[in-house]
Design a protein around this ligand. Structure first.
Ligand SMILES: Nc1ncnc2c1ncn2[C@@H]1O[C@H](COP(=O)(O)OP(=O)(O)OP(=O)(O)O)[C@@H](O)[C@H]1O
Length: 365
């Protein structure tokens, strides 16, 4: 199968020697929604800029539908980029902004038809004559998308396009963006700081850390099967228990922790050996929590603690549970299942072994 987009060992070393992107490999199917996430400075924007042609590659290749484009100037690449500030031309109307990239590509009649189509697709007809400053944040975002898609790029690059919007608008536009992406059927490469946004929107997520690729996977796999400690911590919402590998049998790994011997399964072919420092990762949904008498000891393979706090997030409650070693875990529950638990309740925590992963602990972790 030919991939829509292939990044082969993509590297960027800035003058002075800083390696901003290190051997990034990615293969995207046509119509895939892929997000790049990671902490500030991990190389997300540099990757996008190399794809758009604004930044030269230090090494590696970029193939679009099998054609090498890494050496082409931006205007010859079949890509369009949408920036966080949308970069609309303030002195132009919505209609003129959308038409901007079409000059010289289409004859006037075809241009007009294309602009009308984009106005209809993005429901921008009623504001077509307005200037950028006369639009709401959501409308400006739609104009930016319409302008980017009007040139019918093979791939759309989005650099934190929702970063400047308030939380409510951001959520509704996330939804619109996903629907739109399905409708136009082209590959989206989306840079975001917000891991929750990436998990909601994407078919796959690339987690980057200091220029390295930590994991490329579906949101579900990243959450339930993080490959590294960095990913487990970055994605969040998992309970993490540190210890050392005591035994491995048929993928079931026993981890000696301060709370006793606990079990999970080896995530993929990770090279875990007896004696290694490891992390047991239990996804929040897999964690079972039930109240027990104050003096009860946990059975083998389970842990106990006390509820020391709770945070309401709407439908769910995050229960903060202090364990015997003084560490605190957060377990998320539907409000209906958490309201009966008094403060300082003793609770037993357990999980299906198959749903907990054991991964190597980071060298410095
Ligand atoms: N023109 C440049 N010259 C030298 N170093 C640069 C240049 N541009 C970026 N960098 C460095 O490269 C690294 C990656 O930067 P990049 O902007 O790609 O990160 P990012 O993940 O997009 O960060 P953010 O989320 O803060 O936007 C950073 O350490 C940054 O300081």
């Amino acid at each position: 199968m030919q991939h829509d987009l292939e990044l082969l060992d993509l590297c960027k070393v800035y003058p002075g020697g800083h390696r901003a992107v290190n051997r990034l490999c990615l293969q995207a199917r046509r119509g895939e929604f892929i997000s790049l996430v990671g902490p500030s400075g991990c190389g997300k924007t540099t990757t996008l800029r190399m794809l758009a042609g604004f930044e030269a590659l230090s090494s590696g290749r970029i193939l679009l539908r099998g054609r090498s484009i890494g050496h082409l100037p931006p205007e010859q690449r079949p890509t369009a980029t949408i920036f966080q500030d949308f970069a609309l031309f303030p002195h132009m109307t919505v209609r003129e902004n959308i038409a901007f990239g079409l000059h010289g590509r289409l004859d006037p009649a075809a241009q007009r038809a294309r602009v009308e189509h984009m106005l209809a697709l993005f429901e921008l007809g009623p504001v077509a004559g307005r200037h950028g400053r006369q639009l709401s944040g959501g409308q400006r975002q739609r104009v930016a998308l319409a302008r980017g898609l009007a040139v019918q790029p093979d791939i759309l690059l989005l650099d934190e396009p929702l970063g400047a919007l308030d939380a409510n608008l951001r959520r509704s536009i996330q939804h619109e963006l996903k629907l739109l992406q399905r409708e136009v059927g082209i590959t989206f490469l989306f840079v975001t700081h917000a891991q929750s946004e990436a998990l909601v929107l994407s078919d796959r997520v690339v987690v980057m850390n200091r220029g390295h690729t930590e994991q490329i996977d579906t949101p579900c796999a990243l959450y339930t099967r993080p490959a590294t400690e960095f990913v487990a911590r970055f994605i969040g919402r998992n309970a993490l228990l540190a210890g050392r590998v005591q035994g491995i049998e048929h993928h079931v790994v026993q981890v000696a922790t301060a709370l006793g011997l606990l079990q999970g399964t080896a995530a993929g072919p990770a090279s875990l050996r007896v004696g290694d420092r490891a992390l047991l990762v239990v996804p929040s949904e897999a964690m079972d929590l039930r109240q027990v008498p104050q003096d009860s000891a946990p059975p083998a393979g389970q842990i106990a603690g006390h509820v020391v706090g709770r945070t309401y997030t709407g439908q769910t409650v995050r229960l903060h549970v202090e364990l015997a070693d003084g560490e605190c875990l957060t377990v998320e529950r539907h409000v209906d299942h958490a309201d009966g638990l008094p403060h300082a309740a003793r609770v037993l925590l357990s999980w299906p072994v198959a749903e907990a992963s054991v991964i190597p602990a980071a060298a410095s972790g």
